[in-house]
Design a protein around this ligand. Sequence first.
Ligand code: SF4
Length: 289
Amino acid sequence: MPKSAADIARNEKLRQRLRFYEDLGLAPFYRDRNASSSQSTQSPPPPSAAVASPQPIEEALLPKSTPKLVPALPIDTPTKPVVSLPSSGPSLFDSATKLSSETLLQIRDDLGECTRCKLHSTRHTIVFGDGSRKARLVFVGEGPGADEDAQGLPFVGRAGKLLTQMIEAMGLERRDVYICNVVKCRPPGNRQPEPDEVAACSPFLFRQLDSIEPKVIVCLGATAFQTLLQTNRSISHYRGQWLDYRGYKMLPTYHPAYLLRNPAAKADVWKDLQKVMAELGLEVKKKAK
Ligand code: SF4
């Protein structure tokens, strides 16, 4: 019996999601719809893909040969918040109760084939995140572009290649860090995500950060900075400064896409990354090109 277009599309989505799990190093895994529905902490759409058993997932997600970062060096940087959160009004964090026992896979499973905002209608692939679940350094960008939408991985286009070079210049590899975005679906035409889209998607980012509990968060660009600090202030006043995001050390810097348009700003970003390296106890070996 010939397959319908809907069946083909569903199979393609499943195939892409399975590839996502494989990219995380999950194999083998199995499908358990009942377990999936009982684990959900929000009200997700019916799960449509595989759910792995907790123990094998934990083991499979361990980086295979990730070098250990040396202990952090003391640095002379402010640890108090520079930007205050609003004192009134609903907070996006209200929907992001700290659940550090959540695994990234559980959060991804809760996200499901998400239709929580209008970006779902134009995306090809949800771009959840990529890297080590035990990363001490997390990069947060704005949202997927065309390449990311096609491949299901964050920062794989031109800007992504530049980010990879920056990571390697720090003496790390991509698998040592975790990379994700404020919104998980590509905004049409690479426009900025709109407030309702950020509000719908960012709780998953907050949960990812709580799951990883990194030592340092680097915000790439204004959207990540403004979302984490819930502020409308310009990133330009705070770029390169240590800020506090709910107890995590956070440093905003320019987005790699901005650096592609303004190569002269690479020097500023490299200075920012050197601060991060000092915080992580990484030796400065070479300069970014
Ligand atoms: S951007 Fe986030 S909230 Fe919106 S549909 Fe995609 S995954 Fe869901």
